[in-house]
Design a protein around this ligand. Structure first.
Ligand code: SAM
Length: 363
């Protein structure tokens, strides 16, 4: 302990039990309002009134994240911007009390500081945390490659518009259907506008509050407008729809996923419900990398959905099959495949609802 600089020393008491048992619940705007009036709220607010000292959030912000994690029983929670791990401690306490779950937290400027802080935590909390000293873009790539789904994402890194928009779009894509995205510092214009832009791209997501509905184009930054979803916090809280959504005239992509197999002969789509009428355009982009120039192949598919396809899986053959030619198999080390969808509904307003991300079958 003596080798830990005084400014990094933390006082983390052994995990204690906070509040009563909570009933698992699906988060909604009503759920937030009910919580604010509950006994659990008062207990959690009191518990986190002055602790952890290093958390940059308000007491209500800490209490909300704790309650969200307790209520939704997430397997994977993400935090962008670890800072002094104060809020990471709040989340780890909730996961410990749940008895399950992992917090993945990252801070590119915390590589020296954060490991020293986590070392001071009791094992019971530390085992719920995986820390990275990389920026959010590097983490997004690594989690996408892992194909890890996130239940709760807390975006609190760089608060400039472009960074928040990147974090929301990149990690929002990894949030499982029904999962929650929390953006901190709605009082900053970049965060607020990035949230509005995220919702424009993802119109099926809903805010657990009214902050984004109150937008007034003539005076968008008016101090009288409530800017946060949860009272006494600076959070914008968004919930993913219960399906993977392709917005009208919108785009959904798997991203470039690395595969062990080297040839693909079909794209598989799983509809959540009877698909609406419209035209679905698909591009499958195949790339192989190795000692020579990358090989790049693509296949385009256009499907006119007439509403009779029904719920379930649609298998769409790729022609020609995407694969590394037999004579160059040994000069490529790995391949990636990206499947991009563009949806143009006839009524111009109905999204395409999928039960899973599009996938490919290997030939
Ligand atoms: C507001 S603080 C986070 C506070 C912390 N979440 C808490 O509640 O106590 C923002 C943190 O984001 C980190 N950060 C800045 N740019 C980042 C990026 N591109 N990716 C991830 N983290 C970043 C900073 O180093 C800083 O520690």
């Amino acid at each position: 302990m003596n080798d830990i600089p005084v400014e990094y020393r933390v006082d983390v008491p052994a995990p204690w039990v906070i509040g009563d048992e909570v009933d698992p619940a699906e988060p909604s705007a009503e759920w937030v309002q009910t919580w604010v009036r509950s006994k659990a709220y008062r207990t959690e607010l009191e518990t986190f009134r002055a602790v952890p000292a290093h958390s940059l959030l308000s007491s209500a912000g800490r209490a909300f994240l704790f309650h969200l994690v307790r209520t939704t029983l997430p397997q994977t929670v993400l935090e962008i911007g670890t800072y002094f791990a104060g809020t990471a401690e709040v989340i780890a306490r909730a996961l410990h009390q749940n008895g399950t779950g992992l917090l993945i937290t990252t801070d590119p400027f915390g590589g020296e500081r954060c490991p020293l802080i986590f070392r001071q935590w009791p094992d019971a909390l530390r085992r719920h945390v995986r820390f990275h000293a990389i920026n959010s873009m590097a983490l997004a790539q690594s989690l996408a490659q892992e194909q890890r789904l996130i239940d709760v994402a807390f975006i609190d890194g760089c608060h400039d518009y472009e960074y928040v928009l990147f974090d929301a779009l990149a990690f929002g894509k990894l949030v499982r259907p029904g999962g929650v995205l929390v953006l901190d510092n709605a009082e900053q214009p970049g965060v607020y506008r990035a949230c509005a832009e995220f919702l424009r791209h993802n119109p099926d997501w809903s805010e657990l509050g009214d902050a984004m509905k109150m937008e007034v184009p003539d005076n968008p930054f008016a101090p009288t407008l409530g800017r946060s979803s949860v009272p006494d916090t600076t959070f914008l809280v968004l919930r993913a729809p219960d399906y993977w959504s392709v917005a009208p005239r919108g785009f959904l992509s798997t991203g470039q996923i690395r595969h062990e197999v080297t040839s693909f002969d079909a794209v598989r789509l799983q509809f959540q419900e009877d698909p609406p009428v419209g035209r679905l355009s698909i591009e499958a982009c195949f790339r192989a990398f190795g000692q020579t120039l990358p090989l790049e192949l693509r296949s385009l598919l256009t499907v006119d959905l007439d509403g009779t396809e029904g719920v379930g899986t649609l298998r769409l053959p790729i022609d020609p099959v995407l694969k590394v030619p037999a004579d160059s198999v040994n000069s490529h080390d790995y391949v990636t495949l990206e499947i991009g969808l563009y949806w143009n509904p006839t009524d111009r307003r109905t999204p395409l609802r999928l039960r899973a991300m599009p996938a490919a079958s290997n030939a």
